[in-house]
Design a binder for this molecule. Structure first.
Ligand code: RB5
Length: 153
Protein backbone atom coordinates (compact mmCIF):
# COMPACT_ATOMS: atom_id res chain seq x y z
CA UNK A 1 0.00 0.00 0.00
CA UNK A 2 1.09 3.57 -0.56
CA UNK A 3 0.43 6.11 2.18
CA UNK A 4 0.70 9.87 2.42
CA UNK A 5 1.12 11.34 5.90
CA UNK A 6 0.56 14.86 7.21
CA UNK A 7 0.17 16.28 10.70
CA UNK A 8 -0.07 19.57 12.52
CA UNK A 9 2.37 20.59 15.30
CA UNK A 10 0.38 18.56 17.84
CA UNK A 11 0.81 15.40 15.76
CA UNK A 12 4.37 16.03 14.65
CA UNK A 13 6.18 14.12 17.43
CA UNK A 14 4.39 10.89 16.51
CA UNK A 15 5.08 11.13 12.79
CA UNK A 16 8.50 9.43 12.72
CA UNK A 17 7.15 6.49 14.71
CA UNK A 18 4.15 6.14 12.40
CA UNK A 19 6.38 6.21 9.31
CA UNK A 20 8.56 3.46 10.81
CA UNK A 21 5.47 1.36 11.53
CA UNK A 22 4.18 1.68 7.98
CA UNK A 23 7.58 0.86 6.47
CA UNK A 24 8.13 -2.11 8.80
CA UNK A 25 4.82 -3.54 7.58
CA UNK A 26 6.20 -3.41 4.04
CA UNK A 27 4.33 -0.34 2.81
CA UNK A 28 5.41 2.96 1.29
CA UNK A 29 4.88 6.34 2.94
CA UNK A 30 5.34 9.86 1.60
CA UNK A 31 5.76 12.66 4.16
CA UNK A 32 3.83 15.82 3.26
CA UNK A 33 5.01 17.74 6.30
CA UNK A 34 5.38 19.69 8.38
CA UNK A 35 9.15 19.43 8.79
CA UNK A 36 9.28 20.82 12.32
CA UNK A 37 7.14 21.13 15.43
CA UNK A 38 6.46 24.82 14.73
CA UNK A 39 2.80 25.76 15.08
CA UNK A 40 0.77 25.21 11.89
CA UNK A 41 -2.93 25.02 11.02
CA UNK A 42 -4.34 21.50 10.71
CA UNK A 43 -6.67 22.34 7.75
CA UNK A 44 -3.63 23.13 5.58
CA UNK A 45 -2.05 19.74 6.21
CA UNK A 46 -5.34 17.85 6.05
CA UNK A 47 -5.87 19.33 2.62
CA UNK A 48 -2.35 18.39 1.41
CA UNK A 49 -2.89 14.77 2.41
CA UNK A 50 -6.47 14.58 1.14
CA UNK A 51 -5.55 16.00 -2.26
CA UNK A 52 -2.62 13.59 -2.61
CA UNK A 53 -4.89 10.63 -1.82
CA UNK A 54 -7.61 11.59 -4.31
CA UNK A 55 -5.05 12.39 -6.99
CA UNK A 56 -3.02 9.19 -6.58
CA UNK A 57 -5.65 6.51 -7.18
CA UNK A 58 -5.50 3.58 -4.78
CA UNK A 59 -3.34 5.39 -2.24
CA UNK A 60 -4.18 6.01 1.42
CA UNK A 61 -3.47 8.70 3.98
CA UNK A 62 -2.65 9.11 7.64
CA UNK A 63 -3.38 12.42 9.37
CA UNK A 64 -2.56 13.30 12.96
CA UNK A 65 -3.36 16.33 15.11
CA UNK A 66 -3.78 16.70 18.86
CA UNK A 67 -7.13 14.95 19.04
CA UNK A 68 -7.48 13.81 15.43
CA UNK A 69 -10.78 15.69 15.31
CA UNK A 70 -9.87 18.88 13.45
CA UNK A 71 -7.64 17.20 10.89
CA UNK A 72 -10.24 14.49 10.12
CA UNK A 73 -13.05 17.03 9.77
CA UNK A 74 -10.88 19.07 7.41
CA UNK A 75 -9.78 16.07 5.31
CA UNK A 76 -13.39 15.02 4.86
CA UNK A 77 -14.16 18.31 3.10
CA UNK A 78 -12.27 17.08 0.04
CA UNK A 79 -14.44 15.13 -2.37
CA UNK A 80 -13.57 11.43 -2.50
CA UNK A 81 -12.07 11.39 0.99
CA UNK A 82 -13.38 9.15 3.73
CA UNK A 83 -11.21 10.01 6.71
CA UNK A 84 -11.93 7.93 9.81
CA UNK A 85 -11.01 9.15 13.27
CA UNK A 86 -9.91 5.97 15.02
CA UNK A 87 -9.00 5.12 18.59
CA UNK A 88 -7.99 1.47 18.51
CA UNK A 89 -7.47 -1.57 16.25
CA UNK A 90 -11.21 -2.27 16.18
CA UNK A 91 -12.21 1.15 14.87
CA UNK A 92 -9.30 1.15 12.40
CA UNK A 93 -10.35 -2.26 11.09
CA UNK A 94 -14.04 -1.30 10.82
CA UNK A 95 -13.08 1.93 9.08
CA UNK A 96 -11.75 -0.21 6.22
CA UNK A 97 -14.26 -3.07 6.37
CA UNK A 98 -17.47 -1.02 6.53
CA UNK A 99 -16.56 2.54 5.54
CA UNK A 100 -13.86 1.97 2.90
CA UNK A 101 -11.88 4.69 4.67
CA UNK A 102 -8.99 6.02 2.64
CA UNK A 103 -7.51 8.14 5.42
CA UNK A 104 -6.72 6.98 8.94
CA UNK A 105 -6.88 9.82 11.47
CA UNK A 106 -5.92 9.85 15.12
CA UNK A 107 -4.84 12.13 17.92
CA UNK A 108 -1.31 12.18 19.30
CA UNK A 109 -2.68 13.41 22.64
CA UNK A 110 -5.17 10.53 22.72
CA UNK A 111 -3.42 7.31 21.72
CA UNK A 112 -0.14 5.68 22.76
CA UNK A 113 2.41 4.06 20.48
CA UNK A 114 1.13 0.52 21.06
CA UNK A 115 -2.36 1.53 19.99
CA UNK A 116 -0.95 3.38 16.98
CA UNK A 117 0.95 0.29 15.86
CA UNK A 118 -2.14 -1.89 16.19
CA UNK A 119 -4.33 0.64 14.36
CA UNK A 120 -1.95 0.82 11.41
CA UNK A 121 -1.71 -2.96 11.24
CA UNK A 122 -5.53 -3.32 11.38
CA UNK A 123 -6.04 -0.62 8.75
CA UNK A 124 -3.52 -2.27 6.40
CA UNK A 125 -4.77 -5.83 6.77
CA UNK A 126 -8.52 -5.25 6.51
CA UNK A 127 -10.31 -5.20 3.14
CA UNK A 128 -13.48 -3.28 2.39
CA UNK A 129 -16.35 -5.77 2.58
CA UNK A 130 -18.40 -4.12 -0.18
CA UNK A 131 -21.98 -5.37 -0.58
CA UNK A 132 -24.46 -3.46 1.58
CA UNK A 133 -21.59 -1.29 2.81
CA UNK A 134 -20.76 -0.21 -0.74
CA UNK A 135 -24.34 1.00 -1.16
CA UNK A 136 -24.09 3.03 2.04
CA UNK A 137 -20.69 4.46 1.17
CA UNK A 138 -22.02 5.52 -2.25
CA UNK A 139 -24.71 7.56 -0.47
CA UNK A 140 -21.97 9.66 1.16
CA UNK A 141 -20.61 10.90 -2.16
CA UNK A 142 -22.05 14.25 -3.26
CA UNK A 143 -24.41 14.01 -6.24
CA UNK A 144 -24.28 17.71 -7.03
CA UNK A 145 -22.64 20.96 -6.05
CA UNK A 146 -24.54 20.76 -2.81
CA UNK A 147 -22.03 18.20 -1.63
CA UNK A 148 -18.61 18.98 -0.25
CA UNK A 149 -16.47 21.68 -1.71
CA UNK A 150 -12.76 22.17 -1.98
CA UNK A 151 -12.43 24.73 0.78
CA UNK A 152 -10.57 27.95 0.29
CA UNK A 153 -6.80 28.13 0.90
C1 RB5 B 1 -3.78 22.15 18.40
O1 RB5 B 1 -3.58 22.72 19.65
C2 RB5 B 1 -5.05 21.33 18.40
O2 RB5 B 1 -6.16 22.15 18.53
C3 RB5 B 1 -5.16 20.50 17.14
O3 RB5 B 1 -4.02 19.71 17.01
C4 RB5 B 1 -6.33 19.53 17.06
O4 RB5 B 1 -6.42 18.76 18.20
C5 RB5 B 1 -7.61 20.10 16.62
O5 RB5 B 1 -8.60 19.40 16.43
Amino acid sequence: MKFYIATDHAGYALKAFVKDCVISLGHEIVDLGPDSADRVDYPDYAKKCAKAVVTDEGSFGIVICGTGIGISIAANKIEGIRAALCHDAYTASMARAHNDANILAFGERVVGKGIVESMIDAFCTTEFEGGRHANRVSKIEPKSNFGRFDYID
